[in-house]
Design a protein around this ligand. Structure first.
Ligand SMILES: Nc1ncnc2c1ncn2[C@@H]1O[C@H](COP(=O)(O)OP(=O)(O)OP(=O)(O)O)[C@@H](O)[C@H]1O
Length: 353
């Protein structure tokens, strides 16, 4: 295993810049998800790392081994030691699970040792040992994806690339397969890059989330930083619901329709404040004094069981969305008091939408 470093990588198709000057470092043994809308260049980025495409500029290195760019002749895909897991496992339908997993092993390792390696890999991806003799069409979609991961990990690749590997699975299977894949990658300290357009998947699985837009990398940071301190308002809107309010910042604080809030970074003057709905605390009691909050009237409650979305109208006409526990919640028409918890990201006018 090794780290992965892309420096100024660019790739165009005719007049489309599919990947535009991307610089990204994936530390050894860590998991990065590349998140972005359809057509933003995610798959092209993976194909460049794998060596199926060659960038017109920039360089890619596995550890300190440059595989393309910097005047180095591009190392072909088969010698890059990359494991690739596509959208739908792409297992060989005529081979059983054991033969699929052993397929990527070097010829000399396929004989007697491959039995052990197959058993080890099945255990790693949490599949029963007797699955080894099943054919792919005797497996569920989630099981096929686990076998595809086992096949990619068997030869101990430098880096594993996963291209929307859970997109064909239904919601329940998606979560459990994703968690099993995450555990297998963690146990083997595998450097991995997974591309997805699913925000929940990107945030819940990764050590680092790299957000792409129009071929460019617009932010790479931990999941909580991307969610709570997005680099710009478009990223904020892409990774979740946001309440955006005008405010006036004075150093570490800002005032807005929800009262005074504490900023992630100091700012001054007119700003747009990005507040996540979970940060808006709805007080059903009627507190007084410092913790009174701002009074409003509940307009609408959407109940989802585990939580609910509450739309509140403030006296000045501002509409604010809150997400709160579904256990005890207000009803439409109730008077409530709102307070902002946690830190708030402020954008100066040039950054705002
Ligand atoms: N082989 C190609 N020839 C021409 N244009 C291409 C080629 N591959 C990709 N593109 C273009 O490059 C851009 C990025 O495509 P890419 O497949 O990398 O996006 P993506 O983010 O993976 O999208 P999706 O989530 O829909 O798979 C798109 O505008 C696409 O049309």
């Amino acid at each position: 295993m090794s780290s992965l470093t892309l420096t100024g990588v660019t790739k165009s198709f005719a007049d489309t810049r599919a990947v535009d000057d991307v610089t990204l470092h994936v530390p050894h043994g860590s998991f990065t998800t590349v998140l972005g809308p359809s057509g933003c260049g995610k798959t092209t980025l993976l194909r460049l790392i794998a060596g199926f495409l060659v960038p017109e500029s920039g360089s890619i290195a596995f550890g300190d081994h440059v595989v393309c760019g910097d005047g180095v002749r591009p190392v072909p895909p088969q010698t890059r030691r990359v494991g690739y897991v596509p959208q739908e496992g792409a297992l060989f339908p005529h081979l059983d699970v054991a033969a699929n997993i052993a397929f990527g092993l070097p010829r000399e390792a396929r004989g007697t040792q491959s039995g052990d390696r197959v058993a080890e890999m099945l255990d790693l991806v949490e599949l029963p040992a007797d699955f080894r003799s099943r054919r792919p069409d005797e497996l569920s979609g989630g099981q096929q994806q686990r076998v595809a991961l086992a096949r990619s990990l068997a030869p101990q690749p430098a880096v594993v690339l996963l291209d929307e590997p859970f997109s064909s699975l239904d919601a329940g299977l998606r979560g459990s397969t994703a968690r099993a894949v995450r555990r297998a990658l963690e146990v083997t300290h595998t450097t991995a890059v997974l591309v997805t357009h699913d925000q929940n998947e990107a945030l819940s699985l990764a050590d680092q989330v790299a957000v792409m837009r129009g071929g460019r990398l617009v932010q790479s940071a931990t999941p909580s930083e991307v969610y709570l301190s997005p680099s710009d308002p478009q990223v904020a809107a892409f990774v979740g619901r946001a309440v955006v309010l005008p405010g006036i910042a004075t150093a570490a604080h800002a005032t807005c329709a929800l009262g005074q809030v504490v900023l992630t970074e100091p700012s001054d003057g007119p700003v747009s404040l990005m507040i996540r709905p979970e940060q808006v605390y709805v007080d059903l009691a009627h507190p007084e004094g410092e913790r009174a909050g701002v009074r409003g009237t509940v307009e609408e409650v959407s109940y989802y069981g585990h939580d609910c979305a509450v739309q509140v109208r403030l006296a000045d006409g501002t509409a604010v969305l809150s997400r709160m526990s579904g256990v005890l919640h207000p009803a439409a028409g109730d008077t409530v008091h709102l307070r902002v918890t946690g830190l708030v990201r402020a954008y100066r006018p040039a950054e705002a939408p």
